[in-house]
Design a protein around this ligand. Structure first.
Ligand code: NAP
Ligand code: MG
Length: 404
């Protein structure tokens, strides 16, 4: 069989621990036999990040800006214990944080659904994709514990010295006080990423805030989205047959629960934090969540939502058999191949991505799965737990049949 051709490289970001082991298996068994793979390789494993003083992470983000499509393996975000374990020179920052900041991107998370595992919400028949604005608000707040009587004021001093000042509250007893901020350019980038991703996946976009109560802060989010939509995206949305829908956050929550799914739900930072945990739990498993970082100028970095699965890695190092789920990492690769294919006009590459995903779903629907999923299947569905290698080989068999 002739291998599928690529023209532009995908930026490949290798990672750590169990997911690094899976990464190699996926490449060896599911990609290299079928695709004439072109990648620009960056090793974001913790050892290499430490060796390069994290320059490798910066280089990989710049490469993503250059080529437009990246695929990333899960990586360790070091804490004090990791500094000791890896004898690090420094407690390096989260690679995801660094890449997200450099691309000014938004993260979209979506579950992979299979027949055998039904979401807790029974009417969700299609995935719900959550987009979280990962900048500012309560995550960058300034807050005081107020000791007792006194006056709290909000003060802004402009560059030219003009002041805006307002009394927040005159305390008659102890209490709490908090200030939050956000920036128009960050909200605008968030909106661009959301509109672009909706067009890219042909799904409706929902956005919600509490603009009736927060008449300046939240209302600004609403206005920026609406103005940008009217000015730059309305026609494209109409052509694609999708809609942009704004509502109040409490109304959105009620509609989400009653919906069938199949749309993107854009959330402010806090809402996205809370709602993404709720939605992903209700859909089933962290090991089945995909994640893609989309920049406002249309660059894409695909990955799994889970971490490096440390507990399994230590078993693996002990020579024990592991049954770690590679599905979200495989879908990161298929997502990157599909996007590369779309950008370069390579239909065979797009079709390979589709078949790779179908082969995964077929394998799961045949009851062959990793341990984490076996406990989640519907009563009556016959499932067998296999190890990671056996699972990947079962996918390979189905993929090869589809491609021949
Ligand atoms: P984790 O790697 O996501 O794993 C947490 C637990 O979830 C695992 O112990 C396992 O449960 C289950 N799990 C997650 N993915 C699985 C999979 N593919 N197959 C089977 N089970 C899976 O989170 P963590 O243990 O909190 O973090 C480990 C490391 O990952 C940390 O160093 C953290 O910094 C890093 N991390 C990286 C990213 C990223 O790069 N995007 C994201 C999150 C965390 P059982 O042990 O019960 O089987
Ligand atoms: Mg959370």
């Amino acid at each position: 069989m002739e291998k599928i051709k690529m023209t532009t490289p995908i930026v490949e970001m290798d990672g750590d621990e169990m997911t690094r082991i899976l990464w190699k298996m996926i490449k060896d068994e599911l990609i290299l036999p079928f695709v004439d793979l072109k990648t620009e390789y960056y090793d974001l494993g913790l050892v290499e990040r430490d060796k390069t003083s994290d320059q490798v992470t910066i280089d990989s983000a710049n490469a993503t800006k250059k080529y437009g499509v990246a695929v990333k393996c899960a990586t360790i975000t070091p804490n004090a214990q990791r500094v000791e374990e890896y004898k690090l020179h420094q407690m390096w920052k989260s690679p995801n944080g660094t890449i997200r900041a450099m691309l000014d991107g938004t993260v979209f998370r979506a579950p992979i659904m299979i027949d055998a595992i039904k979401p807790v919400v029974k009417n969700w028949t299609m995935p719900i994709t959550i987009a979280r604005h990962a900048y500012g608000d309560v995550y960058k707040n300034t807050e005081f514990r107020i000791p007792g009587k006194g006056k709290a004021e909000l003060l802004f001093t402009g560059e030219d010295g003009t002041e805006m000042r307002e009394t927040v509250y005159e305390y008659e007893c102890p209490g709490v006080l908090q200030a939050q901020y956000n920036k128009d350019n960050s909200i605008t980038s968030f909106a661009h990423s959301c509109f672009k991703y909706a067009l890219s996946t042909k799904q409706d976009l929902w956005f919600a805030t509490k603009d009736t109560i927060s008449k300046k802060y939240d209302h600004t989010f609403k206005d920026i989205f609406q103005e940008l939509f009217d000015k730059e995206y309305k026609e494209e949305f109409e052509k694609a047959g999708i809609t942009y829908f704004y509502t109040l956050i409490d109304d959105a929550v009620a509609r989400v629960i009653r919906s069938k799914g199949g749309y993107i739900w854009a959330c402010k930072n806090y809402d996205g934090d809370v709602m993404s945990d709720m939605v992903s739990t209700a859909f089933g498993s962290l090991a089945m969540m995909t994640s893609v970082l989309v920049s406002p100028d249309g660059n894409y970095e695909y990955e799994a939502a889970h971490g490096t699965v440390t507990r399994h890695y230590y078993k693996y190092l002990n020579g024990e058999e592991t049954s770690t789920n590679p599905i979200a990492t495989i879908f990161a690769w298929s997502g990157a191949f599909r996007k590369r294919g779309e950008k370069d006009g390579l239909n065979d590459l797009i079709s390979y991505a589709d078949k790779l995903e179908e082969a995964c779903i077929d394998t799961l629907n045949a009851g062959i799965m990793t341990k984490d999923l076996v406990g989640l299947v519907e009563p009556g569905f016959k499932a067998t737990a296999v190890n990671s290698k056996e699972f990947i080989l079962a996918i390979k068999e189905r993929l090869a049949a589809k491609l021949s």
